[in-house]
Design a binder for this molecule. Sequence first.
Ligand code: ATP
Ligand code: MG
Length: 187
Amino acid sequence: MRIGIFGGTFDPPHVGHLLAASDAFEGLHLDRIVWVPAAAQPLKSAIVASPADRLAMVQALVGDDPRFTVDPIEIERGGLSFTVETLRALHERWKSDTALALVLLLGADAAATLPQWRGVDEVMRLAEVVVLRRGERNTAAMGHAIDTRTVDVSSTEIRARVSAGFSIRGFVTSPVAAYIEGRRLYR
Ligand code: ATP
Ligand code: MG
């Protein structure tokens, strides 16, 4: 199995994530993509929604799409989420699959921080690192890159829109919008 690993804070997850994952699934010939919401990220200061809410929103975004699963591994582990630990655990979990290949999917912004990651050498041994390039150039310094479509949406903008009372229809899927509204997140 060739399994993509798509991590993030997903605070909240949005259509940019969904279409990037969809493009990566096809472009990299993956059997599945596992979405991994982080508990807390070493290189990201302010996470707004709780781990449980972010996990529920990723599940809402992915729904019953057979290409995708959501894994609570980092949220269950708690503390700072180091990708190297997650990759080790997934290799251990799936060790009976002798043809297992993990493909770590990183947006260019995330990829730029890779040199600062804990155990970066081991990360590169445990997974094939692929940068999801959205029109940026020179972002394939480590691993290789594929071009995904450009969707100019970020979680930061969505949080700001909710807080300012603007609609987020079209920025997230309806189940995610309903979850945000129901839990009164980001106000
Ligand atoms: P924030 O604004 O809070 O940083 P974000 O929208 O960048 O949030 P993250 O959870 O930080 O979302 O991103 C998870 C992964 O998705 C990262 O690898 C990031 O580069 C990638 N990503 C984020 N937004 C997009 C987008 N619009 N298109 C493609 N990939 C994206
Ligand atoms: Mg980001």
